[in-house]
Design a protein around this ligand. Structure first.
Ligand SMILES: [Zn+2]
Length: 465
């Protein structure tokens, strides 16, 4: 049987420059796991920033830059292309072309806010005696109506280097370079290779779902299924916290997919990803305690290669996206909610009562148990979850936990077990399932102790579900 892989990208989220109370606790690696997990349940408010509206700290040049950027943000929100381009150096054709594209792309989404934060960027003179300065990082906040987060956090940030230059008596933007990968990480800000900054897009809206694609994709066949899956997964999640809307990006071109959100090799391997985004505070610092937005990318070339159904892939990623606001991703690199729960539950909702797929998943999970590679308690480590050799079995093992709970109790209990588990973060390499916290989760949601649940689950899997 064919194994397909779906993964939310737990990409490197830059650490905030200032530690919040909760992150400081997380770094205390010697604290008992239960204490770590408990702290994860009580996110503190974001740091409050006092002061004037204009937080620019780059002197006179910084003031000029902030004024120009304020005009450009307003122009984007007003849909005024002429004003948006007015302060750009018209001799930089590449810059003009890129900014025209970004303007046209963002016009097609429902923008809740666009603004620029320059307070973290000090001017760096480019050459002596010239009126030319580089500013890094300038944070561009792009908040869609699909996004939401705690008060005091503005929206997802994108890191840029801006070059400000004087032409005659006028200051202009000579360049705006999006930062991604290591550069964005070093800047302690979100990457700026969102698809709308990289690729000309066409966007279709249906209900609270936005579908965006490059010119290799006709979106029509995906519109109704995306809306249907959004409705269905939202209904499954009930009154629990979720984002107001959903944003999916599509391409048939692997090279394009590689460039979006630093996806790189993921674009060769996977069929879809869900990308959690963190917001920034008014001073431009990343706020990593809860996600502010989520984006999905659907890798059509790989879906075609595996002869899979894009609707099923959308459903899987939609489970990640709809439940993402309740997930504690930790720093997303070497800690976070257990991956067996995140992926197992997405597969569980994706399979949703299909007896053939259910049998296949349980058989794979039984293979994994028999192989003896899973230590006791036999749930896959988050650290090695996505390793090529065992990834299919790992998804199946995660799946089987929720299938078992449904069989032993009901579907609502399986959903509750997931909803409680993802509130906890584990440093990868340590297992939440071994802590008293997980025992509490099992007791509260299923009425079983963790050890009873795991032993009955293992029996269920060995018996073929
Ligand atoms: Zn997944």
């Amino acid at each position: 049987m064919k194994v397909t892989d779906f993964v939310p990208v737990h990409g490197p989220n830059p650490r905030p420059r200032r530690l919040t109370r909760r992150q400081a606790v997380r770094l205390g690696a010697l604290l008992p796991m239960a204490a770590l997990a408990a702290s994860a349940c009580a996110p503190g408010p974001p740091p409050l920033i006092e002061g004037a509206d204009n937080l620019s700290s780059g002197g006179a040049e910084g003031h000029h830059l902030q004024q120009i950027l304020d005009r450009r943000a307003k122009a984007q929100l007003d849909g005024d292309e002429e004003a948006y381009l007015a302060d750009l150096d018209s001799s930089n054709q590449e810059l003009i072309a890129r900014e025209k594209m970004v303007f046209a792309n963002l016009r097609q989404f429902a923008l809740a806010d666009v603004r620029f934060i320059t307070s973290r960027a000090l001017p760096r003179p480019l050459g002596e005696g010239t009126d030319r300065y580089a500013f890094q990082p300038v944070i561009k906040v792009v908040k869609l109506t699909a996004d939401d987060g705690p008060a005091g956090v503005l929206g997802p940030g994108e890191a840029y280097e801006y070059v400000l230059a004087k032409q005659g008596e006028k200051w202009v933007i000579a360049d705006a370079v999006p930062l991604s990968g290591q550069e964005a990480q070093q800047a302690g800000a979100g990457r700026a290779n969102s698809p709308w900054n990289v690729t000309p897009l066409h966007v279709v809206k249906t209900g609270n779902v936005w579908l965006a694609a490059d010119d290799t994709v006709d979106l029509d066949p995906f519109v109704a299924p995306a809306k249907e899956q959004a409705r269905s997964v939202e209904a499954m999640w009930g009154k629990r916290k979720r984002f107001p809307g959903h944003v999916l990006f599509f391409s048939n071109d692997r090279e394009t997919l590689r460039t979006w959100y630093d996806l790189g090799d993921s674009a060769e391997k996977f069929e879809g990803v869900q990308i959690p985004l963190f917001g920034v505070t008014r001073d431009g610092n990343q706020y990593n305690d809860v996600t502010y937005a989520t984006r999905m990318v659907i890798f059509l070339p790989n879906i075609q290669k595996f002869s899979d159904d894009p609707t099923v892939v959308m459903r899987h990623e939609m489970v990640h996206a709809v439940t993402s606001r309740a997930v504690d991703y930790g720093n997303g690199v070497d800690e976070g909610a257990p991956r067996w729960a995140i992926e197992g539950f997405a597969r569980y909702i994706e399979v949703d009562g299909d007896p053939g797929r259910h049998a296949g998943e349980v058989a794979l999970a039984a293979d994994a148990l028999r192989s003896g590679r899973l230590k006791a308690p036999p749930l896959p480590d988050s650290e090695k979850f996505y390793e090529d050799k065992t990834i299919g079995e790992n998804y199946a093992v995660g799946y089987s936990v929720f299938a078992f709970v449904e069989q032993a109790r009901d579907k609502e209990t399986a959903i509750a077990l997931y909803a409680e588990t993802i509130k906890f973060t584990e440093p990868f390499g340590q297992d939440l399932v071994e802590t008293p916290a997980f025992d509490g989760i099992c007791q509260r949601t299923t009425g079983m102790s963790a050890s009873d649940l795991l032993s009955q689950w293992a029996g269920y899997v060995r018996a073929g579900g």
